[in-house]
Design a protein around this ligand. Structure first.
Ligand code: KIV
Length: 303
């Protein structure tokens, strides 16, 4: 199969009004994470609508056991690379742990740093308890997305990566948080690891786009972690909601193995990987190689 590298969608930049219009048309938005320039370019070419520069980078690319230790400095490196690669997709920068919880001043300053890095919006985790931060960010003119349900920065409180909203009461609590975020100025909500019915219950009662990751099909769009769908996540977490669309782990290991065999077997580099020179010069060098080829001793220069 030949895969085209040409854009398949209108090259027009995705904006919040465009996302709102998609929700009105019941057109599912396609949302993936990316942390580097090539992935952002490939996702953009594929017509992805939104890209999250997620703090999941802590686990997917930095090898940490959870998302808690990634810093603003690290996140901004990823954000700049993705923003350079995403011409059409709407780019959301993920505010890392402790970049917005401590004060509204921190929240605005750090959200602003993502915008300066080229992001179109930021995302933060938590409900009513972060509404004042969402309000401060929105009042600074920065678009902000809320994140409810399983919130990995609260892994300690939630007791691990667990499904949330499993009862009507719990679904109502998620809805109350979503309304608090909407009223504080959030332009969209992301629901993580919620039963499909609970997520639909929340979406139907909100008038802003509601996206999901592991929250069923009845939402305004689907987010996946790119390493999960590409098969390149190295770790022991296997959420039920992950479906592999490629096996980059096998592809990559196989390519390194083939390269190692070629180097060890002397088939790489071959003639086509070597620089050609004028035939007379090559002959002269070859002749010089055959006469008096001895390793230069320290302090002596051999012509
Ligand atoms: O960082 C991230 O990728 C996220 C998703 C898991 C929702 O926040």
């Amino acid at each position: 199969m030949t895969v085209s590298t040409e854009p398949r969608h209108s090259p027009k930049k995705v904006t919040i009004p465009a996302l709102v219009a998609m929700r009105a048309r019941r057109e599912a938005a396609v949302f993936v994470t990316a942390y580097d320039y090539p992935t952002a370019v490939f996702a953009d070419r594929a017509g992805v609508d939104l890209i999250l520069v997620g703090d999941s980078a802590a686990m997917t690319v930095l090898g940490h056991p959870n998302t808690l230790s990634i810093t603003m400095t690290e996140m901004l490196v990823f954000a700049r690379a993705v923003a350079r690669g995403a011409e059409r997709a709407f780019v959301v920068g993920d505010l890392p742990f402790l970049s917005y919880q401590v004060s509204s001043q921190d929240a605005v300053r750090n959200a602003g740093a993502f915008v300066a890095a080229g992001c179109d919006a930021v995302k933060c985790e938590g409900g009513a308890r972060v509404a004042s931060r969402v309000r401060a960010i929105a009042d600074a003119g920065i678009a902000v997305m809320g994140h409810l349900g399983l919130t990995p920065q609260a892994i300690g409180q939630q007791g691990g990566y667990r499904v949330q909203g499993k009862t009507l009461e719990a679904a109502r609590a998620v809805l109350a948080d979503a309304i608090a975020l909407r009223d504080a100025g959030a332009f969209a909500i992301l629901l993580e690891a919620l039963p499909a019915a609970a997520a639909a219950f929340v979406r139907e009662r909100l008038d802003i786009p509601v996206y999901g990751i592991g929250a069923g099909p009845h939402l305004d769009g689907q987010l996946v972690i790119s390493h999960d769908i590409l098969g390149s996540f190295v770790g022991n977490i296997h959420p039920r909601f992950v479906r592999r669309f490629a096996n980059l782990d096998l592809e990559t290991t196989g390519a390194f193995r083939a390269y190692a065999e070629a180097v060890r077997g002397g088939t790489f580099p071959a003639a086509e990987q070597c620089y050609a020179i004028d035939a007379d010069e090559e002959r002269a060098i070859q002749e010089a190689r055959c006469t008096g080829a001895q390793p230069a001793r320290r302090g002596r220069i051999h012509a």
